[in-house]
Design a protein around this ligand. Structure first.
Ligand code: GDP
Ligand code: MG
Length: 469
């Protein structure tokens, strides 16, 4: 039966077997693999431990989709948890350390899917401060963000380099400004970073700029004096965003860098650069977990337009290095729905259709949105489709029907004839409906069961479709 179905899904249905739910042992074995994958991806050990603990609790007892192994199922759960954590949706990433730096902090959970990930909700000119180690990509990213704000947000942007450490640094930004057509603050030799920052804000006000990007000097290592300087710049300019720019290849050092910058300066978000490289991306997870701050953007190349909104799925897939498994499990999640449909169809083809089956079907209809979708998969079934459509099934009604059946005992569901007046009153009261509604449902069920018998007489669904087409 269901020729169309078995043709397309035959293979999947054939392989449907396995356990009903994940045992502690399944989870333990898979967690060992996950732990290795995370460490190899350079996720910091304390973060790995935390994460594994959270996920293990989540995984034990979970239903296993029949067409995958328990191990693959755990990987899927791990993958989803990773994405949640990277995206800052619940989980271990909620561990948000106290912030020592004061002002523009309470934005940890900015919506990463907003049109542009940065928060520019402040009186213009809105300052954005870029911090990070030397060579992490601060200057490049400053220009990339400025270009994007100019192009897609129609903002008037001024860029200023506060980097007085390297003689050529201010010129580097000026060159990028010319390339991108974004204004840069004029260079005054001998000025200190804090003074340049003040001048930039002044110029921003006078020139009617929407945004002032402040690019700071790099540090080779964490250096107290330089860190102090950046903290001071932050204090006088009160930036709406303080972005920590880090190289995705940074690996285990990510923890130290993120902690130090977050404690000394206070950051509102992270930009991950060199995502075009072949790093496994563990740094992203460590930094997200340790600072509690969102990863907002990612750099994917040297060119000025190589800047994208952060994509947690992409990084999660890389960290696990198991993209194939994930897509396999995704497909299996769809096939489980088909599995239930097939089971019901097999029963129906035998002419049996009790209230339990009706409940399953109602739930299926709800999940699939529309019974037409299900019927559409069967060729030549036009007549029956019309019949069911005319039964006028909509979702709020389905919810009530579902409640009625759920208020019945298993025995009543199997033998609807048992349901007489007093039982009807009990069921109506239990489901918050009325006796006429219960009656109506029983009548509907009768009609459907009748239809199933007819189907059987015609030689099953196959015979029926042959006759109809
Ligand atoms: P800064 O010292 O933090 O200001 O770093 P720079 O912005 O000067 O960048 C250092 C180098 O990294 C430059 O050669 C950039 O072109 C390069 N770079 C920055 N971001 C990316 C990126 O996302 N991908 C790649 N491949 N290179 C990048
Ligand atoms: Mg620089």
């Amino acid at each position: 039966m269901f020729e169309g179905l078995s043709g397309r899904l035959g293979d999947v249905l054939e392989r449907l077997r396995g356990k009903a739910s994940l045992s502690e042992d399944d989870v333990k074995d898979a967690m060992r693999e996950v732990r290795v994958a995370l460490l190899e991806a350079d996720v910091a050990l304390p973060v790995v431990k935390d994460f594994i603990g959270t996920v293990r609790a989540r995984a034990v007892g979970q239903d296993v989709i029949k067409s995958v192994t328990p191990g693959q199922m755990v990987i899927k759960i791990v993958h989803d948890a990773l994405v949640d954590m990277l995206a800052g949706r619940g989980g271990a990433a909620d561990a948000d350390p106290d912030d020592s730096a004061g002002d523009a902090d309470a934005k940890a959970d900015d919506d990463a899917s907003a049109p542009f990930a940065l928060d520019l909700n402040a009186t213009p000119p809105v300052p954005i401060l870029m911090v990070g180690l030397q060579g992490s990509g601060k200057t490049t990213t400053t220009a990339k963000i400025a270009l994007r704000l100019t192009r897609t947000q129609r903002k008037k942007v001024l860029m200023a380099s506060l980097d007085v450490q390297r003689p050529a640094a201010q010129h580097q930004l000026a060159v990028l400004g010319e390339q991108t057509g974004v204004d840069t603050l004029s260079i005054v030799m001998g000025q200190k970073p804090v003074a340049i920052a003040k001048r930039a804000m002044e110029e921003g006000r006078k020139g009617g700029y929407d945004v002032v990007m402040l690019d700071t000097a790099g540090r080779l290592h964490i250096d107290d004096d330089l860190m102090q300087e950046v903290a001071e710049v932050r204090k006088v300019t009160r930036p709406a965003e303080t972005l920590l720019v880090t190289d995705a290849m940074i690996g285990q050092d990510a923890v130290v860098v993120a902690t130090e910058f977050h404690e000394a300066v206070g950051i509102t978000g992270i930009v991950l650069t060199r995502v075009d490289g072949d790093s496994r991306g563990g740094a992203a997870l460590s930094m997200r977990a340790i600072t509690g701050r969102p990863i907002k953007l990612m750099g994917t190349g040297e060119k000025m337009d190589a800047l994208e909104d952060f994509q947690p799925e992409r990084i999660a897939g890389r960290i696990l290095g198991m993209g194939d498994v994930v897509s396999l499990v995704e497909k299996a999640a769809q096939s489980i729905e088909m599995d239930k449909a097939e089971h019901l169809a097999r029963k129906m083809s035998k002419g049996k259709f009790d209230l339990e089956d009706m409940l399953t079907q109602l739930q299926q209809v709800q999940r699939m949105g529309d019974i037409k979708g299900l019927l559409g998969m069967m060729p030549g079934i036009g007549k029956m489709k019309k019949q069911i459509e005319s039964a006028n099934i909509d979702n709020t009604m389905i919810k009530r029907l579902e409640a009625i059946i759920q208020s019945m005992t298993p025995r009543e569901r199997r033998f609807p004839d048992l349901i007489k007046a007093s039982r009807k009153r009990r069921i109506a009261a239990g489901s918050g409906t009325t006796v006429p509604e219960v009656n109506k449902l029983l009548k509907q069920h009768q009609q459907m069961a009748q239809m199933m018998k007819q189907v059987k007489k015609m030689g099953g669904m196959k015979g029926m479709t042959d006759r109809l087409s």
